[in-house]
Ligand binder design. Structure first.
Ligand SMILES: Cc1ncc(COP(=O)(O)O)c(C=O)c1O
Length: 508
């Protein structure tokens, strides 16, 4: 009886993850031998506790029938599991799961909670935000996530060629441990690019595992518990988290329609103890406003006067549509106090984990020493492939194509929003000169909106997430950030119609 139930469970599992079609496809593409795919599915079933230690597996004949494969294939899969120590063969009886599974994590999920008491970890810091959301933004049908590129448009085939090249002629020396600053050829490529498009010269660069790693290391190196970090009141929470983790206190600087207010900043700096000022001067995150020259100069003078370093996060300067983007503060930094960071997460995708930090030699030396301590260096193969992509012009071509596409998508979203305005929706927005999102005043409180939209398969971020001030009256949070880059026109139109319906329906 027991063995009958077991068969049923395995049936379900195998059929979902391992259809005959999948097997055939894998085989044809030469990905993985059929018997290994089956062994993996069985191993997963054992690890998940579908088959407990000492329980019998279905017979090879039954498995062969279920999966429509040859019995020899099943025998090979079982032999593989025996070799790995997951099952044992009993003569004339068949195969059963061993009593002691090879690894501790194989403990069936439903038995984990039977431990008498959990170990009492003494955390120095405790993370109080969920590290990985249950459902990722990209898994929603409509993803208005503000900084999300359209990853479907990335030229994977072309990029694959650069990866292949790096493996065909491996640089053995670079592939070992060593210089934590990053691959010299990638640093050369990005430095040349930055000199041309952002006028940044006479600074050093190092490659990081995304700009978040740079923010974290800078915080750890420069901040003491009790130091203050001045940040835009509406800003980028992952940067705030890095500063706070180093023990810093965040001070929110007021913003108006021209960006961060230098008068308020001057007041805060005069009160003392501010170590760092974190800014997104171009396409401010999340409001998309670019700081004008006059304010930048005033802010820079204040930083010099009070001896405060500026972290300039130039996260999406590549996408600017109506003119050349204004040069970064790092381009004119006689005092050498600007730490410039940027990323390939918008050009490629967040999972590429390529970011960089550009600053004076003394700082870069310390950051690279810190990186050595944390993780030696960033992934060499990816860096080399990106360097080749840049050297051979693919990077520039991709940027040109994506800039054109995102401009069209921005214009489309603007038209859509204007049509809602014409229908009487009380929405207001400025057309952003660049970036990947529109900051929209909905004219009403957006508290609770995100949750309602998630239930309708729409992901977007609201002012509640970006505003450092958490205690304002609900009616003071009115903005949403609508990313326009990741979706095509049909998706944007459909997604917006759901957003508007939820925002302005009778009951909301
Ligand atoms: C303001 C800002 N800075 C930095 C980043 C990129 O971070 P990373 O390079 O770690 O992916 C993002 C991406 O969302 C961002 O919005």
């Amino acid at each position: 009886m027991k063995s009958l139930n077991l068969n049923l469970n395995l049936n379900l599992n195998l059929n979902s993850g391992l259809s005959t079609e999948n097997l055939a496809a894998d085989n044809m593409s030469g990905k993985q031998a059929k018997y290994l795919v089956i062994a993996e599915a069985l191993r997963k079933a054992i690890k998940e506790g579908q088959v407990a230690p000492t329980e019998w597996l279905p017979s090879a004949r039954k498995l062969a029938q279920q999966l429509a494969v040859n019995r020899h294939t099943i025998m090979a899969a079982l032999a593989e599991l025996v070799a790995q120590g997951w099952v044992e063969a009993k003569e004339r009886s068949g195969y059963r799961v061993v009593a002691n599974l090879p690894i501790q994590s194989s403990r069936p999920v439903n038995k984990v909670n039977q431990r008498a008491q959990d170990f009492d970890w003494q955390f120095r810091h405790k993370q109080n935000i969920p590290v990985t959301p249950k459902i990722k933004a990209s898994q929603y049908v409509y993803n208005f996530s503000g900084g999300q590129p359209d990853i479907r448009k990335f030229p994977f085939d072309e990029f694959k060629g650069h990866f292949a090249q790096t493996c065909q002629r491996p640089k053995i020396d670079d592939l070992s441990y060593g210089d934590s600053r990053g691959e010299a050829e990638l640093i050369t490529e990005i430095s040349t690019y930055l000199r041309r498009v952002r006028s940044i010269t006479d600074k050093e660069m190092m490659i990081c595992n995304g700009s978040q790693e740079a923010l974290y290391m800078i915080s750890q190196l420069l901040l003491q518990p009790g130091d203050k970090v001045a940040v835009e009141q509406l800003g980028y929470p992952p940067a705030w988290a890095a500063f706070e983790r180093a023990g810093a206190e965040l001070i929110a600087i007021e913003q108006d329609e021209r960006g961060i207010d230098p008068v308020h900043l001057a007041k805060v700096l005069a009160e003392g103890d501010v170590k760092l000022l974190y800014l997104t001067p171009l396409h401010q995150y999340p409001t998309t406003v670019s700081l004008d020259i006059a304010r930048r100069m005033k802010i820079y003078q204040l930083a010099v006067q009070y001896g405060v370093a500026i972290v300039e996060d130039d996260y999406d300067h590549e996408f600017h549509y109506d003119s050349q983007p204004i040069a970064p503060m790092a381009a004119d930094d006689p005092a050498g106090l600007v730490i410039y960071i940027s990323t390939f997460s918008k050009i490629m995708f967040g999972g590429a984990r390529i970011g960089y930090v550009v600053a004076d030699n003394a700082l870069i030396t310390q950051v690279s020493a810190y990186k050595m301590l944390m993780n030696h260096k960033s992934n060499v193969l990816v860096q080399q492939a990106v360097a080749k992509w840049m050297q051979q012009g693919g990077f520039e071509g991709h940027l040109r194509r994506m800039t054109r596409l995102y401009q069209k998508r921005r214009d489309f979203m603007v038209l859509e929003l204007k049509s809602y305005q014409a229908k009487g929706m009380p929405i207001h927005f400025e057309v952003p000169a660049g970036g990947m999102a529109i900051w929209l005043d909905t004219g009403k409180s957006i508290v609770g909106l995100k949750e309602k939209l998630l239930a309708k398969k729409v992901y977007l971020q609201t002012e509640v997430e970006f505003n450092m001030l958490k205690e304002l009256p609900e009616c003071d949070y009115r903005f949403i950030r609508l990313g326009f880059a990741a979706m095509n026109e049909v998706e944007v139109a459909q997604g917006l119609s759901i957003v508007m319906a939820v925002l302005y329906s009778e009951e909301s």
